[in-house]
Design a protein around this ligand. Structure first.
Ligand SMILES: Cc1cc2nc3c(=O)[nH]c(=O)nc-3n(C[C@H](O)[C@H](O)[C@H](O)COP(=O)(O)O)c2cc1C
Length: 215
């Protein structure tokens, strides 16, 4: 049974990048519910290239903090989800993705076409393009988890302040993994961050073409 404390609209309006956490442990069923939200994110060809390392022990959080420019909230959070992408995931997963899709109603013709086009598309990327592709997908999954955690009454902090090589070392990640971002989850300690404000819609949204206001 889902634990819901806020509506999605409330979670979006009230969420802040939490400055400090109280460190209380998070029940594993809550953590699983949050992770499950990430696993339901959409992805190109349903390739699901995200991989999540959940860090909860004091020792490992301390080491991860050392790989994250000493940001205290990495160590204070109840759990830190290290959101990675696997550049080689599609090679291993394509068969089972297509099989699962077929079981769910994917037409055979689509599966046959996808097998070729996925290999061509994914196989043609250089490292930089692959990292861009992984960033795009992993951040959607991270956002699903962040908002699910907020809806469940947790506080969150997304983080890009870490060193790729050091996180690799701490977590013993395979070479094909690319660390995209960290998501700290827990309960706020002390005063929440100020609201930094947002641009009004006319600044960032256009209608039909660049520069035209949305009616
Ligand atoms: C991808 C991403 C990376 C971020 N990295 C950090 C970080 O490493 N450390 C930090 O304190 N805040 C980090 N932030 C938080 C932002 O500073 C914060 O979201 C922004 O100032 C807006 O504040 P708000 O989220 O409270 O509305 C990050 C946010 C995002 C989305």
């Amino acid at each position: 049974m889902a634990k819901i404390k806020k509506t999605l609209s409330q979670a979006i309006a009230e969420r802040r990048a939490t400055p400090s956490f109280d460190g209380a442990p998070i029940p594993s069923e809550d953590l699983k519910q949050i992770l499950d939200a990430g696993l339901h994110a959409p992805s190109g060809y349903n390739l699901q290239p995200w991989r999540f390392i959940v860090v909860q022990t004091p020792e490992q959080k301390r080491r991860l903090r050392g790989a994250s420019y000493n940001q205290a909230k990495v160590e204070e959070a109840s759990a830190v989800i290290v959101a990675c992408g696997d550049a080689d995931g599609w090679r291993k997963d394509l068969d089972s993705i297509l099989q699962q899709g077929r079981e769910g109603g994917m037409p055979e013709s689509y599966a046959a076409q996808a097998r070729t086009s996925v290999s061509n598309f994914m196989g043609s990327m250089n490292t930089e393009q692959m990292h861009g592709w992984l960033n795009k997908h992993v951040m959607i999954a991270l956002t699903h988890m962040m908002l699910m955690a907020e809806v469940m009454g947790y506080d969150t902090a997304p983080m890009e302040g870490f060193e790729q090589d050091k996180v690799h070392e701490v977590l013993r990640l395979p070479m094909s993994y690319w660390v995209v971002a960290l998501l700290a989850i827990g309960h706020l300690k002390g005063t929440d961050k100020y609201y930094g404000g947002r641009f009004e819609m006319g600044h960032t949204v256009f209608g039909e073409e660049f520069g035209k206001p949305l009616k």
